[in-house]
Write a protein of this length. Structure first.
Length: 297
């Protein structure tokens, strides 16, 4: 008995397990696997895309070239027409200041602002009629194709003019001036003031022709620096206006010898013209400002 009690007392009651309600498993379809191209195929696709982009860029650049060329030509033509134009010097009428073969840049802008041509200025002007026949010129000789290309480039202003009907001279007298050759020392005078002309070609006299000219208003009396080789106003004294040229025929003022480099220089008003009396006209230049620097021929 005792043993049974002892055994019964130590017996454990059976445990009762309660199962939790199970959740229904979600119904799932077959999991799609992402389609992946082999590594070789993806690289090939990238290469094709890169080539396509390069072709588009190349096509775009090729299409832009004609537009850029047209814009550049238009700018060059505008510069030639309104601002600056290059001129080729085929004769020696302005030696030693300007030599045969020099290229000079001509300012065409300042006349638009009402500036006037002044004594001592070197100007390019249209042939008044028959003046070029007296100029000893050396026109360049080029092959036919080269000549045509140069003509096109000259027209748009990318090359200097070599065969236009233009001349280049120095202004000695302006409207209202009296130009005379010569005083007792052989010097040309303007309004009675003698000119010291260091720019005249060495060995040349200021003039071998004697004259006295009263320059009409709106006209200019011009001479070349190579007095012995310049068919200038002195050689047309028997024509209308006594060899003077119309201010309206002036293309512009030569300001720089641009080529060749070893002959580069600015063309400024010589100091001798500052001594010529006529304060009214000289005051006119002050409105636009006198060119700076040491006056040289």
């Amino acid at each position: 008995m005792g043993n049974r009690r002892r055994r019964g007392r130590g017996r454990r009651e059976p445990e009762h397990w309660v199962e939790a309600p199970s959740r229904p498993a979600p119904v799932r379809g077959p999991t799609p696997t992402p389609a992946r191209e082999p590594d070789g195929g993806s690289r090939a696709e990238r290469r094709r895309l890169a080539r396509r982009v390069k072709r588009r860029r190349r096509t775009r650049r090729v299409g832009e070239v004609p537009l850029l060329v047209v814009v550049a030509l238009c700018i060059a033509l505008l510069l030639k027409t309104f601002l600056v134009q290059a001129f080729f010097i085929p004769s020696g009428s302005m030696e030693q200041t300007i030599r045969i073969g020099d290229r000079v840049l001509v300012d065409k802008l300042t006349p638009w602002f009402g500036s006037k041509v002044e004594r001592g200025d070197v100007v390019v002007f249209k042939d008044p009629g028959g003046w070029l026949k007296g100029e000893a010129t050396r026109p360049p000789r080029d092959p036919v194709v080269v000549k045509q290309v140069k003509e096109v480039l000259t027209f748009i202003g990318l090359l200097p003019s070599a065969d236009e009907q233009d001349l280049i001279k120095r202004v000695i007298g302006v409207g209202g001036d009296t130009v005379t050759c010569c005083d007792t020392k052989g010097r040309i005078t303007v309004n009675g003031a003698p000119l010291d002309e260091p720019y005249v070609n060495p060995g040349n006299a200021p003039s071998e022709i004697r004259f006295t000219v009263r320059v009409p208003e709106g006209r200019l009396f011009v001479m070349g620096d190579h007095r012995a080789n310049s068919a200038d106003s002195r050689f047309h004294l028997d024509e209308g206006f006594e060899g003077t040229i119309d201010e309206e025929g002036v293309v512009g003022e030569a300001v720089v010898i641009a080529w060749p480099y070893d002959h580069w220089r600015r063309l400024e008003q010589p100091a001798t013209f500052l001594t010529v009396p006529d304060q009214a006209r000289r005051g006119r230049r002050g409105a636009r400002g006198r060119r700076g620097g040491t006056p040289v021929a």
